[in-house]
Structure formats: C-alpha cells, structure tokens
Design a protein around this ligand. Structure first.
Ligand code: SF4
Length: 487
C-alpha cells in the first residue's frame, strides 16, 4: 500500500483504523473539529516563514510532480523548502520545513499543539526513515510547536510564538521499528475480510477514533463507556472483566457519582431532590438578579495584542435580569463585529449593562469569571467595576454538579444541555435543536470569525443565529432558577 505520514500515524494508533478508512469509509463518524483543523492549517502556513525566505512545493494530486519539484529545488541548493516531498518504496512524505545545508538536511514537523506528543515522534521518525533510506544525511529532526507563554505585542514574533524541540535522538532510536511496522501495515492491509480487533485504549489515544460507533455497535444501550467522567482505562478494564451493561455494574465498588448514574438508570429511581441543600444554596441569590453567559473563540495564533495562543476571547454575551421579586424579565445582549478585537467594546458594554453589587449568575461560573478577570487585567480603567461583577457571580450549576438535584435523564451530566431537557421535557421553547444555524458553543466559535468573509445577507443570518443561541442560554438559566425557587 502507498503510505503517507498521516496513514502511518493512523496505523500506529490502530491498524484497523487504516483498514476501515480504506474499506468502509462510510462507517466513519463525524468529529466536530473544524476549529482544530483550521488552526492547524493556519499554524502550518505561518510556521513556514520561521526561518525566513522559503520555497514552497505546491500541492499536486500527482505526487510525482511534487517529488520532481523537490529534487529540482535541492539541485538549485535552495536553503529552505516547505512541503519538500519524497518517496521510498511506496512510502511518501512531505516534510513541513526542510533546511538544506548542501551535504546534509534538517527536518522540521510543525504542530499546532502546545506540547510534543508521542505520536509526533512517530510522524517525524517516518519522515527521517524515508529521507535517510533515499540517501540523504538527516543531521537533525525537530518538532515545531506553539509556545503557550507567548503574549502578542504588536507584530507577531514567529521566533517567540514557536518552540522548536530537537528530537533527533528519539527519532534515531525509533528507526529500527519503522521497517517492521511498515511491513506489518502492508500485510494487514492486504486482508480482504474485515480483521478482528478488540477495542482498547488505542480507541481514545492519542485521538478519539472516528470508528468508535462502528466498532462498539455490539454494546448494549447503557454500557460502561457511558458512565460520565469515568477514565477510559477504568472503563476498558471493567469491559474486559465482562462488566459491560449497567446491570453488571450495580454491585461494583465505584465512586458514588458513577453509582448514582447507574442505579438511577437500572432501578428507574424517582428524581433525587435535596430541598434543604437547595434552600441553602438559594439563600446566596438575591435581587436584582442577572443571568450572564459568554460566547468565546480561540485561535492558536493570537490575532490581537495582549493575547496568548489559544486564549479564549469573549465576543458575545446575553444577559437576562429581574430587578425585584415578581418583577419583569428583561434582556440585553452584545455581539461584536467579526474581524475586530471584541474585548474593549464587550467590557464597556458589560459594565454599562450590569450595575455594581447586583447578584450575577452564570452556569459554570469559573468560565465567565476567568474571562472577566482577563478583561480587568487589560483594561485598568474598567477593572474596579469588572471585578465587582466578578466577585458577585454565583454558580447556578452547583445544585446539579453537587447532585442536590439529580434525575436519570441527566445521564450523569450537569451540563445545561442535559439538565434543561431533564427539568423541562418536551418543551420546544427550550429546545436547542429548534434554533436556526447555531446550536452549541462549538458552532458559535466556528461561525463568528467567519462572518467577516460572508456576503451581507448571510452575515445577518449568522448574527441572528448567534444572538438567538446565546439568548436561549441565559433564558434557560432563568428557567432553571425558577425551577429551583419552586423547590
Ligand atoms: S474504534 Fe478502536 S478498534 Fe475500532 S478502528 Fe478505532 S481504534 Fe481501532
């Protein structure tokens, strides 16, 4: 089989993944990773310039053309070549950055991650294998990855944005196993009938496998892998002990949260509502009461000043509020212009919309508090008011995360996306699925930066979609609060 870097790495994780990819691609599940892919592409492009001027080998479906172009550039003694392409015995690779020093070369693999993962070492070892077998003297192999301590001030500083780690010694050690692995992959891929492969930790590490649904279609509806927040190695262990179904796990000595999820499902228990603790919790909330929710985006490459890689940037909020007992419910909102740094305007609007000393609620408050603190750090003139909001935030998630209120429909989760339908079943007004365009934070994060590139009419629709989504988030919080008050 013709191998590439990505195919080789997939086979390192699981041979069957590669086999299914080729023979049953229709069984591949979707993984929502558009933002990750976009970040990867942008980082790859930017990193090409890390050593200054370079020649890029243009992508061509005809790989021979890329290989030919690479040879030509090497002949011309071009110093830095990106996407330099090589093939050795049907094993193909494009090197992200190749430094050509005449009698030797150095290779660099670029990753949008903030650390060097083991799979990257396999990736670059495979490239080293191809080049060295073709007769190139590879003097150095390195991973280029994001330095998460970098803070942008003015122009991007590529030398500071990226870390470069020399991994030559590890790559040299791995060379022995590569020939054997390639042979193993080729034999495996020749199998015509579907190979047997038990599930295991390889299904989750280094990446969640997209064939998981397919490979676990034999599992019962309520199985050990659905226990919320159970470590995968623990779930795998129980699975191999034959404790697969929730019913098999009733007697198992597990953490009380896991047991609660299992028992409520198996014995069909009535909701658990600890009125006393909920009453205590509700004493922390007072009028005027505000319900706040942010939407954020994050990019590997900091687009604005005072920003780190992958720092979450709030670009939108929704705010419901009630001023007094039995008072009217009001709504305010803010949505920044796509393409601009949203933080200053958002912070200014936030302090205009939320007076000091009022009770502010958030669902999973560490997120909102974290963003407000970051805003206070970069806008000293707004710091006092922002920190006043910060210090008055209460977490509406606590009754559910602390299991003061639990029912089986929550499926072990305290995310509002589970809590809401559990508290208000069949309520179309609170159904995220019925929203136009944006249905979750991931979609909001993907759409917002794209708005600036859309035609006017689409921009309008996208903004409406974002506003409706975020409004539902805080309206849902109001309903949750009302439910807790009823109790
Ligand atoms: S789900 Fe697991 S066993 Fe199935 S292909 Fe993926 S990694 Fe392999």
């Amino acid at each position: 089989m013709n191998l590439s870097k990505s195919k080789y790495c997939r086979a390192i994780q699981c041979n069957k993944m590669l086999w299914l990819d080729k023979n049953k691609p229709e069984e591949k599940g979707e993984i929502d990773n558009q933002a990750v892919l976009d970040n990867g592409t942008k980082v790859g492009e930017l990193a090409k310039g890390i050593f200054g001027k370079y020649i890029n080998i243009e992508y061509n479906e005809n790989l021979d053309k890329m290989i030919y172009d690479t040879k030509e550039e090497l002949k011309r003694s071009q110093n830095i070549i990106t996407e330099a392409s090589f093939e050795y015995k049907n094993n193909f690779c494009s090197v992200d950055i190749l430094e050509n020093n005449g009698d030797s070369v150095e290779i660099y693999e670029v990753k949008s991650s903030t650390e060097v993962k083991d799979i990257y070492l396999d990736d670059i070892s495979y490239q080293f294998y191809i080049l060295s077998n073709l007769g190139y003297k590879v003097a150095k192999a390195s991973i280029v990855y994001i330095n998460n301590q970098y803070i942008r001030h003015g122009e991007l500083n590529l030398q500071q944005l990226f870390n470069i780690e020399d991994v030559t010694d590890i790559v040299l050690e791995k060379q022995k196993e590569i020939r054997i692995k390639i042979q193993e992959i080729n034999e495996y891929m020749q199998q015509e009938s579907e190979p047997m492969q038990e599930i295991g930790m390889q299904c989750f590490k280094p990446y969640q496998c997209q064939f998981w649904q397919y490979c676990t279609k034999h599992l019962p509806e309520h199985n050990v892998f659905q226990i919320r927040k159970m470590h995968k190695d623990k779930a795998i262990k129980l699975y191999y002990e034959g404790k697969v179904n929730f019913k098999d796990l009733v007697e198992e000595d597990l953490n009380w949260r896991f047991k609660q999820q299992i028992d409520f499902e198996v014995f069909n228990y009535e909701p658990h509502i600890d009125k006393q603790r909920i009453r205590e919790f509700m004493k922390n909330l007072y009028y005027p009461i505000y319900f706040l929710d942010f939407e954020t985006m994050q990019t590997a490459i900091p687009e604005f000043d005072n920003l780190k890689p992958y720092q979450k940037i709030p670009f939108q909020y929704s705010l419901h509020y009630i001023e007094k007992e039995n008072g009217e419910l009001f709504h305010k909102e803010f949505l920044a212009e796509s393409g601009e740094d949203p933080r200053r305007k958002l912070a200014e609007n936030l302090v205009k919309d939320i007076p000091k000393d009022v009770c502010v609620t958030a669902y999973n408050m560490s997120f909102e508090k974290g963003r407000i603190k970051e805003l206070a750090e970069i806008f000293p003139d707004l710091e006092e008011h922002l920190m006043n909001i910060h210090d008055h935030i209460q977490d509406l998630m606590i009754p559910f995360s602390d299991r003061m209120y639990y029912c089986k429909e929550m499926q072990g989760s305290y995310s509002i996306k589970y809590v809401l339908p559990a508290l208000f079943p069949n309520n179309s007004e609170l159904d995220y699925h019925s929203l136009p365009l944006v249905h979750n934070g991931g979609e909001a994060m993907d759409i917002f930066p794209e708005i600036k590139n859309m035609p006017k009419e689409e921009q309008k629709k996208a903004r409406e979609g974002l506003l409706k989504y975020c409004e539902l988030d805080t309206y849902a919080m109001v309903k949750v609060w009302e439910k807790l008050k009823e109790i």
